[in-house]
Design a protein around this ligand. Structure first.
Ligand code: BES
Ligand code: ZN
Length: 650
């Protein structure tokens, strides 16, 4: 017996939601068809006489207008020029389409794009209608098709403030000589730079011809150049089908350096050496990942180190992870982020969440897998510390969400109807998701669990899955055969953390906490007895986090004099130190913190620091004064978050 997925499509108006928003309803039928059954593979996709044992799942993407259920893109070709003067991308996108139901219209998503004209494969212009604008979802573009249409070409240009694009002045780069551009598609931002069917439920291959100023190099989530082209012309191919949130582009004064047979790094020239040092273990990470969960399916794995305004730590753009330079600590202590983005090459990029309500399938699996890679490479003591850090954060966030307006956001399966998918980017999807998998692993044993995860990836490669699909697969392949009774529903559809969660412990962290408890009463720093050279970044972070509430500011003065946290160059330690210092009223950090906030745009750091500042009137004033200078350096993703924290009106 082989599971076969058949997709039946329909479209409906959802009256509960924004009235202009057409929603896509995909009904995926898990038909269990005998593999020997002749002709089964050729059944019509609309055939509804499913076998008795089939499970019907409705997939509703609340965040796309597109009608992929009727007519969908299978390949997209981008032909654009990058203009730094006007901060615009201009050109065309040609969609190769598959018209599943003989639809007369194809619906695309756009946001802040200027559509000049739409041309079909016969070379003739066709009519199109632009729907009402919604701040989050943008507009639908309904294009009239002919029965024989195979290609739809949309001529368009982007707006200078397109949310997916960050245009950097030379001043905002490491080299200070050339401008820079990068894109960020996940979750619903690809529509702000490419007219497309912007749902993770549809996979496409893509190609691109990109023209850039001749002194710059362009790279994408595709096969990449290693040298600049003297005419600034680059051609790209992505031959594996991907969801369109993974289409990505970066343009800048880039240089390539090899790390290993199939790995390398792109960075501005002054950052290359540091990056090569930091990422020395990447080739090994791939080997370890493959040993765990099967072949790496994407050919090369490269990393681009972006300027510090990149709003995330990393983004798993296939073949080319986009990474913040704030992980270049100089001692390789923050490379678990690379393990994370690499792990997405399986969880997320190979097997993708069908909607943003299923986001935990991408991130929970990835955090679990990341931790396994780190354990295999650096040992359990180290991976336990890494997970403990995230675990603590998650428990705090879980409590905060439970007390807030959306306690259901502590469920793994989300309901983000009418909300920004970004709201689902909490530690719940990441760490509760990983904790669920760790607890399952604990229940069945690692050996069986690894076999299961292996076949999960293998059986669903280049497919999209809902949470319900996963649960069905889990029951059928792991829990039922092993006769294990597990509270899956409570984990997925219940709030908070179930009682049977595995306990996350780290012996080394326990020792650190004991030392930290002595800070308020210490005579001098030496009396704490810290073995400075033996401590890892994570131990320093834990030490700072655990500093007791009653610690007076003068103890912070002593600690900073001894350890120089405030400008130690390790972004994670500095961010922890700034947060703790604000809490404890230690203002010796002010100049360094201001420098950090002006230069670093990574939201994960900005959010807690500005939040801590905003807790007092004085701090808020200080935060706003810094933000005035820093905001122009931030990506829209980051400044939208900070605007809210500081009540900023732009
Ligand atoms: N895919 C995410 C980034 C993302 C999520 C972008 C949702 C937009 C919407 C990426 O893999 C990620 O999780 N990055 C983390 C780092 C990781 C080590 C937890 C980040 O940027 O902080
Ligand atoms: Zn991730």
């Amino acid at each position: 017996m082989q599971p076969r997925i058949r997709v039946i499509f329909a479209q409906q108006e959802n009256k509960n939601y924004m009235k202009h928003c057409k929603l896509t309803l995909l009904i995926i039928t898990f038909g269990l068809v005998m593999s020997s059954c002749g002709g089964a593979e050729n059944q019509e996709d609309t055939n509804t006489d499913a076998p008795m044992d089939s499970v019907v799942t409705e997939v509703l993407d609340q965040h796309s207008y597109s009608n992929v259920a009727e007519v969908k893109t299978t390949h997209l070709h981008l032909d654009i020029a990058v203009d730094f003067e006007t901060k615009m991308l201009k050109g065309s996108v040609t969609h190769t389409i598959e018209n599943l139901t003989g639809s007369e219209n194809m619906i695309f998503d756009v946001h802040s794009l200027d559509i000049e004209k739409v041309v079909l494969d016969n070379g003739e212009q066709t009519t199109f209608e632009i729907g009402e604008f919604d701040e989050l979802l943008g507009n639908s573009v309904t294009v009239a098709l002919q029965p024989e249409t195979e290609l739809v070409t949309i001529y368009f240009s982007t707006a200078p403030d397109s949310k997916a694009l960050q245009w950097l002045s030379p001043q905002q780069t490491a080299g200070k000589n050339e401008p820079y551009l990068f894109t960020q598609g996940e979750a619903v931002l690809t529509r702000t730079w490419i007219p497309c069917q912007d749902t993770p439920g549809n996979r496409i291959t893509y190609s691109a011809d990109i023209t850039v100023p001749s002194q710059l190099m362009a790279v994408m989530s595709a096969d990449n150049p290693t040298e600049k082209n003297p005419e600034g012309k680059y051609h790209f191919e992505m031959k594996n089908p991907i969801p369109c949130y993974l289409i990505a582009l970066a343009v800048g004064d880039l240089e390539f350096a090899s790390l290993g047979d199939r790995t390398g790094v792109y960075a501005e020239p002054s950052m290359v050496e540091k990056s090569v040092y930091e990422f020395a273990d990447v080739e090994k990470m791939i080997e370890v990942a493959e040993e765990l969960y099967g072949e790496y399916k994407w050919g090369r794995y490269d990393i681009i180190v972006l300027p510090p305004s990149f709003p995330f730590g990393g983004m798993e753009n296939p073949k080319l992870t986009f990474a913040t330079p704030t992980i270049l600590a100089g001692d390789r202590s923050l490379v678990s982020l690379i393990a994370h983005e690499l792990a997405h090459s399986w969880s997320g990029n190979l097997v993708t969440n069908a909607t943003w309500d299923d986001f935990w399938l991408n991130e929970g699996f990835t955090v679990y897998f990341e931790n396994r890679i780190m354990e295999a490479l650096y040992g359990k003591e180290h991976s336990d510390m890494l997970f403990s850090i995230e675990y603590e954060e998650m428990l705090n966030e879980n409590s905060a969400i439970l007390e807030g307006d959306h306690p259901d956001d502590t469920k793994l399966k989300l309901d983000l109807i009418g909300r920004d998918p970004d709201d689902g980017m909490t530690a719940i999807a990441y760490v509760k998701g990983a904790l669920f998998l760790k607890t399952l692993e604990d229940a069945v044993g690692r050996e069986k669990f690894d076999v299961f995860i292996n076949s999960y990836f293998g059986d669903h490669e280049f497919q999209t899955l809902t949470t319900e699909d996963f649960v069905a697969y889990l029951n059928e392949n792991l829990l039922d055969p092993n006769e294990i009774d597990f509270n899956v529903d409570e984990w997925i559809y219940g709030q908070g953390i179930p009682e049977n969660s595995v306990k996350i412990e780290s012996n080394r962290f326990d020792l650190v906490a004991e030392i930290s408890a002595k800070i308020p009463t210490m005579e001098d720093v030496a009396s704490l007895g810290i073995d400075k050279d033996a401590w890892t970044t994570q131990e320093w972070m834990h030490f700072i986090r655990q500093s007791p509430a009653e610690t007076s500011a003068d103890k912070f003065v002593l600690l900073d004099e001894t350890f120089g946290f405030k400008n130690c160059g390790n972004s994670e330690i500095m961010a922890e130190w700034y947060i703790a210092s604000i809490k404890h009223g230690y203002d010796g950090i002010d100049a360094d913190m201001e420098y950090f906030l002006i230069n670093v745009g990574r939201r994960k750091f900005l959010e807690p620091i500005y939040t801590e500042l905003a807790k007092s009137a004085e701090g808020l004033a200080q935060g706003r004064a810094i933000y005035e200078k820093a905001r122009p350096n931030y990506h829209a993703i980051s400044f939208n978050t900070v605007d809210e924290i500081l009540n900023w009106e732009s």
